[in-house]
Write a protein that binds this ligand. Structure first.
Ligand code: IMP
Ligand code: MG
Length: 346
C-alpha cells in the first residue's frame, strides 16, 4: 500500500480490452500506450488467430492474427499467454513477415490449432453459417482442449525456439516494477460467458480472462483500459441492438471490412447501456474512445482536448456518464500520432 503510493504511475500492469463486439481499435491504443509507457513485455491473451489487426508495411496491408499488435513498439518482448490458441503456420508466417524473431515467445501450454480444426470450423453448418465464425479453427480447437485431446505448443518441434513460461516471465517483470501490457482480443459482446450467446466466440473475452490467459492474478492488475468505438461494429451473426441500416452508415461515410474474413462489418450507434455493463464486468479504470472523427469530422487528427468541437466533447461527456469512468484516450484518426492522451491528468 505504502509502496504503491511511492511508485511512478507508469510502473504497472495494464490490461487493454475491447468494450463492444471487437475491432474497436485496440491495436492503435496498445501501440500508443506502449510508446508512451515503454513496457518491457507486451503479452496477449484472447482466443487465437480469429483476431485480426491490420498493419501497413510499405504499400501493402497485412492482417496480423497471432503476433501481439504491440509489435510496432520495438523495445518490448512479445508474448502469447498460455490461454491463447496457436496456429503454428500462421504464427511462423507472421514472425517472418514482421521480423520479430528473437523477441517473440509462446507459452508451452498454449493449445494448438490443427488443419483439421479449420476444416471442422468451415465444414460445420452451425459454426460457419448460424454463428458466422471466422473459420480459423478456434471453436473446434478450444473444444478439443476442453476434452483434453489437443496438442500443446511444447509438443510442436517448429515452435521449440519460441517456448517460454509466459506467466513466470510476466510476473517477474511485475515484481521488478517493469511496465507490462496485457493485450486483449475480440470484444466484450462476443464473450462466451457474458456476450450474446450462442452468437459468441469460444471463450470469455473480458479483462479477467486476459489476466488468466497470461497467468496474472487479479490483485496484480493496476489498470484496465476498455476501448470503445464511437460507432460500434459487429462481424458475424447475432443481436446488435443499436445497428443502423446500410443506407445510414453510407450517409455517415462509414464502411468497414473484417481483417480476417473480409466480411463487411455491421455498424451501429453508441450503446450506453452496453458500455456501462461492459465497463462493469471488465473492471474498467479508464476508457478509450476511438473514431471520434466520425462523430465530427472536424476533429480529425486532433491531439489536444481543446481542439475538439462541442459536439465531440458532448459525446465524450455522455460516454463518461455511461461508463462511469474517465475517458483518458481519444483516437482522432488512424495514425498513431492522431490521439489525445489525458492519462496524465487523472
Ligand atoms: P469464432 O471466434 O471464429 O468461432 O467466431 C465466433 C463469432 O465471433 C463470429 O461472429 C465472429 O465474427 C466473431 N469474432 C471472433 N473473433 C473476432 C474478432 O477478433 N473481432 C470481431 N469478431 C470476432
Ligand atoms: Mg480485429
Amino acid at each position: 500500500m505504502y509502496r504503491s503510493i511511492l511508485l511512478d504511475r507508469t510502473m504497472s500492469c495494464t490490461i487493454i480490452v475491447g468494450g463492444f463486439f471487437g475491432d474497436e481499435g485496440k491495436g492503435k491504443i496498445v501501440a500508443h500506450v506502449a510508446h508512451q509507457d515503454r513496457p518491457s513485455i507486451i503479452s496477449r491473451g484472447g482466443v487465437g488467430p480469429n483476431a485480426g489487426h491490420t498493419v501497413r508495411i510499405g504499400e501493402k496491408e497485412y492482417g496480423v492474427r497471432m503476433v501481439p499488435s504491440g509489435f510496432v513498439y520495438p523495445e518490448a518482448a512479445l508474448m502469447i499467454g498460455s490461454g491463447v490458441l496457436v496456429d503454428p503456420r500462421v504464427f511462423k508466417r507472421e514472425v517472418d513477415l514482421l521480423g520479430v524473431q528473437g523477441r517473440i515467445f509462446v507459452d508451452g501450454r498454449c493449445g494448438i490449432i490443427e488443419e483439421e480444426h479449420i476444416a471442422r470450423d468451415r465444414g460445420s453448418e452451425h459454426l460457419s453459417k448460424k454463428i458466422g465464425s471466422t473459420g480459423t479453427g478456434c471453436g473446434p480447437a478450444n473444444s478439443d482442449r476442453v476434452l483434453r485431446t489437443s496438442r500443446q505448443a511444447k509438443d510442436v518441434p517448429e515452435l521449440a525456439d519460441y517456448i517460454t513460461d509466459v506467466a513466470e516471465d510476466v510476473n517477474r517483470a511485475i515484481d521488478n516494477d517493469e511496465v507490462v501490457l496485457l493485450e486483449g482480443t475480440q470484444g466484450f459482446g462476443i464473450s462466451l460467458y457474458f456476450g450474446t450467446y450462442p452468437f459468441v466466440t469460444s471463450k470469455d473475452t473480458s479483462a479477467s480472462q486476459i489476466a488468466a490467459d497470461n497467468g496474472v492474478g487479479p490483485t496484480r492488475i493496476d489498470d484496465v483500459i476498455v476501448v470503445f468505438k464511437a460507432y460500434p461494429t459487429r462481424v458475424g451473426e447475432g443481436p446488435f441492438s443499436t445497428e443502423m441500416t446500410m443506407e445510414r452508415s453510407h450517409e455517415l461515410g462509414i464502411e468497414e471490412f473484417g481483417t480476417v474474413t473480409h466480411r463487411q462489418r455491421r455498424i451501429g450507434t453508441w450503446d450506453g447501456k452496453m458500455a456501462r455493463y461492459s465497463a462493469m464486468i471488465n473492471g474498467c479504470t479508464q476508457a478509450a474512445i476511438t473514431g471520434i472523427d466520425r462523430v465530427d469530422p472536424a476533429c480529425f487528427g486532433a491531439t489536444d482536448y481543446g481542439q475538439l468541437s462541442k459536439k465531440a466533447k458532448d459525446f465524450i461527456a455522455q460516454a463518461e456518464k455511461d461508463i462511469g469512468k474517465p475517458v483518458t484516450l481519444i483516437s482522432t484518426g488512424p495514425e498513431m500520432s492522431q490521439i489525445i492522451d489525458l492519462r496524465g491528468e487523472l
